[in-house]
Design a protein around this ligand. Structure first.
Ligand SMILES: [Zn+2]
Length: 93
């Protein structure tokens, strides 16, 4: 018999949202309820593409963290009658 183990978390379980530079180890971490302005570059000068090449990225990122804050509030108030759960594979040992 094979058991598959999953990690299931609700939006209310999210402790932080991090924006991690793909080129260095810098990570900007914020409370999921307090994600405000995201810098355009990491402190090491690596560009984070908020420019013209990817104009759809900025609204998507803003929509993501605004939606996350709103959904977490709704989840607290049980306003929707259901919860959004995120499921992950358990890390390999
Ligand atoms: Zn960097």
């Amino acid at each position: 018999m094979t058991f598959e183990r999953k990690i299931v978390v609700g939006l209310e379980d999210i402790k932080a949202v991090s924006f991690a530079c793909e080129q260095c180890q810098f990570k900007l971490t914020m409370s999921p309820d307090d994600v405000k302005k995201i810098p355009e570059n990491c402190p090491s000068g690596h560009e984070w593409y908020f420019g013209q090449d990817e104009p759809h990225v900025v609204p998507a990122i803003k929509n993501f963290y605004i939606a996350l804050a709103k959904l977490r509030m709704q989840s607290e108030r049980k306003a929707a009658g259901f919860r959004i759960l995120l499921e992950f594979d358990e890390p390999k040992a």
